[in-house]
Each structure stands twice: as structure tokens, then as C-alpha cells.
Design a protein around this ligand. Structure first.
Ligand SMILES: [Zn+2]
Length: 224
């Protein structure tokens, strides 16, 4: 049974979360979102979690090799025997190298790095149009899913607001950081023939079908 060891990449607002959910269902893969995994290690007070906690408490970034160790602890567990889906790591070329080494030591390798792409203008349009209800967090979009009355929640009548994270200036900044880090990462996986690109401006169903077809082909190829 060939493994399906995957990395998922893409800018905010390109639909990565939706696709991750579907991939988990399709292939029954454990999903490792870096932030969640780190938080869990800290909560469980494992040795690595305690080490990570010290960095976090000091307001420092957790070093790459420590993040990688925390992730590998999960990758080594039985649930990830047939594969895994990584989200949020690697973010940089250095992290990608660390991950590659760690997998090599285990006689494993990535099957593919999936990137869901969307142009900056589209990401800004999607994110900056979001409105959240103050009371219960119901989500709307001024263009794609507007409330009946402007700035009022249909369900509870509370006021709709734009989160700071969704303000165009903030989205642009986040995109800037994303591109700075990711360009190198994309090259890294492209050089290794692992990169698979998907058009995040398409309907989520179409993107999903495209990813499934790509992974099915990869699985077939690895069985030959
Ligand atoms: Zn509401």
C-alpha cells in the first residue's frame, strides 16, 4: 500500500481549509495543522511540548527543528502509517529541508506538495468582503452571501463587523509575507518534481475533483 504523504500550501482565502477537510475524508489521512499540533503538545506537557512552551512564553518563535520534531512525533505514530496531510509546515525552504531530512531518515518521502493558488486581487476580494456578526459569529459576504439588511445579521439582528484580519491593508500585508516565504518553497518542491498546482478561483467542487484525480494518478504511478 503506497503512502500518501502530503503538504498543503496556498494563500489565505484560496480555500485551503475546505480542501483539507475533503482530503481527510477522501483518503482517511490524519491532518496536521502546525498551530494545533504545537498547542496540543504544549497542553499534553510532553518533553517537546514543554520545550516549545518556553519559546512561546518568551514571545520567541519556536525553532524549525523543534517544530519538525513535534510533527515527526505524530508522523511516526500508527495513524500516519499510510500517510498524512501537513498544513502550515513547511512555510520556508529551511523548514522544507528539515522535513526532507527527517523523512529520509525514516525511509519515507513526500508524495506531493499541493498548492492551491489564487491571485492577490481575488484573495483581497474574498477576505475583505467578509462580515461577522458580533453576537454569534455568523459569517456573511457582501458580494457572495449578503445579509437581507446591510450590516445586520439575518439570524439574530446583531451588527455585522469586518474583522481586523480581513481589512484590505491587513490582507495585503499577510499576502506580502506569504509570497516572500513561499516563492522559495515553491521552487524547492518544483525542483524535486513534487509540486502540483491547483486553481483556487474555481468552484470548490472542481478544485476537489482535480486534486483527487491528481492523487489517484500519483498512487497508481507509485504502485507500478
Ligand atoms: Zn448572527
Amino acid at each position: 500500500m503506497p503512502e500518501l504523504n502530503l503538504v498543503l500550501m496556498g494563500p489565505p482565502g484560496a480555500g485551503k481549509g475546505t480542501q483539507a477537510d475533503r482530503l481527510r475524508d477522501d483518503f482517511d489521512l490524519p491532518y496536521y495543522a502546525t498551530g494545533d499540533i504545537l498547542r496540543r503538545a504544549v497542553e499534553q506537557e510532553s518533553d517537546l511540548g514543554n520545550e516549545a512552551k518556553q519559546y512561546m512564553e518568551n514571545g520567541d518563535l519556536v525553532p524549525d527543528d523543534l517544530i519538525c520534531k513535534v510533527i515527526m512525533e505524530r508522523v511516526d505514530s500508527q495513524e500516519a502509517e499510510d500517510g498524512f496531510l501537513l498544513d502550515g509546515f513547511p512555510r520556508t525552504r529551511g523548514q522544507a529541508e528539515t522535513l526532507e531530512d527527517a523523512l529520509q531518515k525514516r525511509d519515507r518521502a513526500l508524495t506531493a506538495a499541493l498548492i492551491i493558488e489564487a491571485p492577490d486581487e481575488e484573495v483581497i476580494r474574498r477576505l475583505s468582503g467578509r462580515r461577522i456578526c458580533k453576537k454569534n459569529g455568523h459569517v456573511y459576504h457582501v458580494e457572495f452571501d449578503p445579509p437581507k439588511n446591510e450590516d445586520v445579521c439575518d439570524q439574530d439582528g446583531s451588527k455585522l463587523v469586518q474583522r481586523d484580519d480581513d481589512k484590505p491593508e491587513t490582507v495585503k500585508k499577510r499576502l506580502g509575507v506569504y509570497h516572500d516565504q513561499t516563492e522559495d518553497l515553491i521552487d524547492f518542491y518544483d525542483e524535486r518534481g513534487l509540486l502540483r498546482r491547483f486553481d483556487g478561483t474555481r468552484q470548490p467542487n472542481e478544485v476537489h475533483n482535480h486534486i483527487r484525480a491528481t492523487l489517484a494518478t500519483l498512487k497508481l504511478e507509485s504502485e507500478l
